[in-house]
Ligand binder design. Structure first.
Ligand code: PRX
Length: 668
């Protein structure tokens, strides 16, 4: 199966038109079952209510889903666009909302987190226990001099301490900045510097495919050079491997958090107080620190988690498989499930450790009822074969979610039949919600509502109540049904990013300058005949590899920073499993071409500069790169080559023999 052949939402295009050509017709429809609809959290009335008065709809959600220490009088201030203020004069504490209030309401004994480590060790935290741990961590951070507004860098694996750290920061008003463990020491350092972090929370390491894997050495390397503000490093002991120790700076979690007082009173913070910074790749080399604030983010996180996943917190077990290093792990692991008082599963490892049925074993063991994962995982499971999940009882599942990239209809159908249908043991009645959103949007924006929306395989379908999404042409005009263009958001939404950390101009330029008064998401999209939205992939120089966002420019900069590389161009080529794969074309300097290991050297160099996740799958050494007369690299032609097609129209090239030269060199 090639994502390109597989239908409407599968294409990853650089121009919306490219993918539109791939659109086939999708006739399959899956209306909600009457039984599901009868118990559904979401209702069709939500759309009408929100359409009648958008801010009032969100104000109602804010008051119903959250507890405010000071109520707000103004819902939205949009007098200085694109800088929004939601619930501006209200105050609340995120950790109190996620924890203390549930304990006060008699839910202290409900399990908040079931944790399963990769080696099979388990821990469960009730709401009362998690509250206690977060209070201790809050006290420990304060005792190290961390105050409201200070930034804390978090470099942790998927273990409960990650959630505890985030909530402890939120409790005291410190701003967390999580850096995914797959990023290198250099990438970690640049994020520590940009946010001017004072504290780093990390672990000795984690487990990956049955083996210990280290994290602390990257922190040591990141902090080796002077010039940062980090005074303390708290280290969780996870895999027990030996670590280097810097006296006076490094502290074991057990010695600091473990010994701190479990008494801590949460005070309200302003609704617009910064909650976190999360770096994401853009079209330039430098990652952007996306800033989210408290009240609006939590409101939309909680509402979408309830409505889109049909959450019944008293009986559901929710499992979001995303790492806390990405936005999905922020919104739908660290915050929304706890705000909504749900029970969730957290798993440290990979899906194939120690065997390829691990996820299904976990679903059976914990009776997971809502599963939220990425299409790349589903395609991997398809490759492994349906007989693997068929060995387990998946009968507890009742809602399935997808996120991160377009889900091709074949993967959607497999997810529904094999996973939702419990390996054919029952009728495939489990709704699938394909959720479109971004680091910048903070929470779901486009998704069907289970029990309400008639589902179409491969389409994220409808903007959520209170969200104003449109598809527009080059001039910003709304396109008619049946046409494609650029995805935009026309009205401010509660969980919207409030800016790029330290760079208001870049915020305006990146998102608000392409079209007047509209947020430009960077995605191509199509409206079908019913007006439903189909996502078509990025239209800018951002790649999507296994649902992870990578910048072509950032990887190109990493490649040319190596002395052997004269020039580099990177494209995201269609890949059966990962959606896109990184393919680099490089021109080498001098005698570098004679080095037989040059490709390995360059892959490792990218790994060091950015992180293992950014290593190109293929590096092709070429004599020239295709450029226009104005010197712009024509990545479209390279994408053709990388995907094994004849290169398309090359008439605008400055030198039209270049593509022949490249083809000849690759044949060698
Ligand atoms: O291209 C879209 C794709 O992922 C991008 C956002 O990436 P990131 O900020 O890392 O957040 C990923 C998780 C929310 C989008 O611009 N994307 C995300 N979800 C979908 C999607 N593309 C199609 N369908 C989706 N459901």
């Amino acid at each position: 199966m090639s994502p390109h052949e597989s239908g409407p939402a599968a294409g990853q295009a650089n121009h919306p038109g490219d993918a539109l050509e791939n659109l086939s017709h999708e006739d399959r429809r899956f209306p909600p079952s009457p039984e599901f609809a009868a118990q559904a959290v979401a209702t069709a009335e939500d759309y009408a209510e929100a359409a009648a008065d958008r801010p009032a709809f969100w104000a109602r959600q804010a008051r119903e889903l959250l507890t405010w220490s000071k109520d707000f009088t103004q819902t939205l201030d949009w007098s200085n666009p694109p800088f929004a203020s939601w619930f501006g004069d209200g105050q609340l504490n995120a950790a109190y909302n996620a924890l203390d209030r549930h304990v006060e309401n008699g839910l202290g004994d409900r399990v908040a987190i079931h944790f399963e480590g990769e080696p099979g060790d388990t821990r469960s935290y009730t709401y009362a226990e998690l509250t206690r741990e977060v209070k201790k961590a809050a006290n420990a951070f304060e005792s190290l001099g961390i105050r409201k507004g200070d930034r804390v860098a978090v470099y942790l694996p998927m273990i409960p301490e990650a959630v505890i750290t985030l909530l402890a920061c939120a409790r005291i008003g410190a701003v967390h900045s999580v850096v995914f463990g797959g990023f290198s020491a250099d990438a970690l350092r640049s994020r520590i510097d940009d946010a001017e972090a004072k504290l780093v929370v990390t672990s000795d390491g984690t487990y990956r495919r049955g083996k210990p894997s280290a994290l602390k050495p990257a922190v040591d390397e990141a902090l080796a050079k002077e010039g940062h503000n980090v005074g303390s490093v708290i280290v969780v002991k996870r895999n027990g491997e030996p670590v280097e120790w810097t006296e006076g700076r490094d502290l074991w979690w057990d010695d600091t958090v473990g010994t701190a007082s479990p008494e801590h009173t949460a005070v309200g913070h302003d609704a617009e107080h910064p909650l976190f910074i999360l770096y994401t790749s853009g079209t330039t080399g430098k990652p952007k620190g996306i800033l989210h604030t408290t009240g609006g983010f939590l409101t939309q996180a909680a509402y979408t988690h309830k409505a889109v996943f049909d959450l019944h917190p008293e009986s559901d077990v929710f499992w979001c498989t995303a790492d806390v290093g990405w936005v999905t792990g922020h919104t739908y692991v660290a915050y929304a499930p706890l705000i909504n008082g749900a029970t969730q599963l957290m798993y440290e490892g990979t899906p194939d450790s120690p065997h390829q049925g691990r996820w299904w074993e976990l679903i059976e063991k914990y009776k997971v009822s809502i599963l939220y994962t990425a299409p790349t995982a589903i395609r991997t499971f398809m490759k492994w074969g349906r007989e693997i999940p068929a060995k387990y009882d998946l009968g507890s599942l009742r809602v399935l979610g997808s996120v991160g990239e377009p889900i091709n209809p074949e993967a959607w159908m497999w997810y529904r039949e094999v996973i939702g249908g419990n390996g054919g043991k029952r009728q495939d009645r489990t709704p699938i919600v394909d959720t479109w959103w971004q680091t910048e949007t903070g929470a779901h924006m486009i998704a069907p509502l289970p029990g309400v929306t008639e589902a179409k395989p491969g389409s994220a379908q409808v903007p959520l109540p209170g969200i104003a999404v449109d598809v527009v042409d080059e001039l910003g005009e709304s396109v008619p049904n049946g046409s494609g263009g650029y995805l935009v958001i026309r009205e401010p939404w509660p969980a919207m990013l409030r800016g790029i950390w330290g760079d208001p101009d870049r915020y305006r330029d990146t998102y608000w300058s392409r079209f007047d008064n509209m947020y430009f998401a960077g995605d191509g999209a199509k409206k079908d005949e019913d007006g439903d939205v189909w996502l078509l992939g990025r239209v800018d120089d951002v790649m999507n590899v296994s649902g992870h966002r990578l910048s072509t420019t950032e990887i190109e900069s990493a490649l040319v920073s190596h002395p052997s590389v004269a020039e580099a161009a990177v494209v995201g080529a269609a890949d059966e499993t990962t959606g896109q794969a990184v393919v680099a074309f490089v021109i080498l300097r001098g005698s570098a071409a004679e080095d037989a290991d040059i490709v390995t050297t360059l892959r490792n160099h990218v790994g060091k500069e950015i992180g293992p996740i950014a290593k190109p799958k293929n590096i092709l050494v070429v004599p020239e790169l295709p450029k226009t007369r104005s010197g712009k690299i024509m990545r479209r032609l390279l994408k053709d080559v990388a995907e094994g097609r004849d290169a398309g129209d090359a008439t605008t090239l400055a030198d039209n023999t270049v593509m022949t030269q490249i083809a000849a060199s690759l044949r060698k």
